[in-house]
Design a protein around this ligand. Structure first.
Ligand SMILES: NC(=O)c1ccc[n+]([C@@H]2O[C@H](COP(=O)([O-])OP(=O)(O)OC[C@H]3O[C@@H](n4cnc5c(N)ncnc54)[C@H](O)[C@@H]3O)[C@@H](O)[C@H]2O)c1
Length: 319
């Protein structure tokens, strides 16, 4: 959808960023990445020789100034962040610097130097809805309750990004990702998506039958799981649609799936039966969350993968 353009991806060596970079590089785009590799990995990039990779922090004003003076970007996807909610609770000042201050720095540099920009897309999160109970989660809920430093920084970054359109005419949009899964998601982090951790447990179980998967609660908690390839389509639609200027979009499937259902699907696809240990529910965990994607559908989005199809593709690539 996006071809022959110059594109910056912050967090471009991470799970979603590298999938996007690998897609865009195939479409004759010039791709520039900034990533400090705190969670990302250069091996995620299929053709790193064709990508301008800047290994440094998005909090470095010197680096950002250099990148913004070297290039005039058509599109910027700002995905770089400390994506761990738990880290943000542990170290709010450090995560605030990465997850909020870098956004403001990028916005100001765009305002000063990027005259050709067609769109900045900021990656926010379903976490902004917090424990507000209304379902499905809709972008126009008047009540939201971001509960953690991670969620507050995502929400305030999102507001700044969108207000830069109304205040200064900078072309911006934001997306609220629900639970993204797929190849390259880093299971080494205890905070990464449950599906990548689950898949990693199946890999261990194949060689060690004493391995168990721990579920907090009864496994009936539900989430809106979206396959990363659908996320790449959504990002491009939001970036290229004139209607999405200054707007925020849920990026999910509009469906909810329980953790027990995910385990059943994987047992079935892998012809295994993973032992599950049910533990006490974690304090603060939200029981149910799923999106409405009516707004995104108005841009022409239709998710190609349900959980079964997405999981099958994930297994083909990484099991
Ligand atoms: N995966 C999901 O389900 C999900 C859900 C909601 C929101 N998000 C958001 O989407 C974005 C991408 O998430 P992801 O799942 O690909 O996570 P990820 O951790 O794989 O990617 C984030 C990337 O940012 C990089 N990074 C972290 N701190 C940095 C810094 N100071 N300077 C430069 N790079 C830095 C990491 O090394 C990593 O490569 C993040 O902003 C995340 O908060 C993801």
């Amino acid at each position: 959808m996006i071809s022959n353009n110059t594109i910056l991806i912050t967090g471009g060596a991470g799970f979603i960023g590298s999938t996007l970079a690998n897609h865009l590089i195939k479409k004759e785009n010039k791709v520039v990445i900034i990533d400090d590799l705190s969670m990302g990995n250069l091996e995620n990039l299929d053709n790193s020789k064709k990508i301008d990779i800047n290994i440094d922090s998005i909090t470095s004003e010197t680096l950002l100034r250099k990148v913004f003076s070297d290039y005039q970007f058509d599109y910027i996807f700002h995905l770089g962040a400390i994506a761990s909610v738990a880290d943000s609770v542990e170290n709010p000042t450090k995560t605030h610097e990465v997850n909020f201050e870098s956004t403001l720095l990028i916005l100001e540099l765009i305002r000063k130097s990027q005259k050709n920009l067609k769109r900045l897309v900021f990656s926010s999160s379903a976490a902004v809805y917090g424990d507000e109970l209304t379902l499905p989660k809709s972008e126009d809920h008047s009540v939201i309750r971001p509960l953690t430093p991670y969620a507050v920084d995502k929400y305030s970054s999102e507001r700044y990004v969108l207000n830069y359109y109304s205040l200064y005419g900078i072309p911006t949009s934001a997306v609220r990702f629900f639970n993204v899964y797929g190849p390259k998601q880093n299971p080494a982090s205890p905070y990464s998506g449950v599906i990548s951790i689950l898949l990693n447990t199946y890999k261990k179980f194949k060689v060690d039958p004493t391995v168990k998967f721990n579920v907090f609660g009864d496994g009936e908690q539900t989430r809106d799981f979206i396959f990363v390839e659908d996320v790449i389509s959504a990002l491009q639609l939001v970036a290229t649609s004139p209607k999405s200027l200054g707007e925020v979009y849920n990026v999910g499937t509009g469906n909810s799936t329980s953790l027990n259902d995910i385990i059943n699907i994987l047992d079935n696809l892998l012809s295994l039966k993973i032992p599950v240990e049910y533990l006490k529910a974690r304090k603060g965990d939200i029981m149910h969350s799923f999106s409405t994607i009516e707004k995104l559908k108005q841009l022409g989005f239709s998710p190609e993968y349900d959980v079964y199809k997405g999981m099958k593709k994930y297994l083909e690539k990484e099991f």
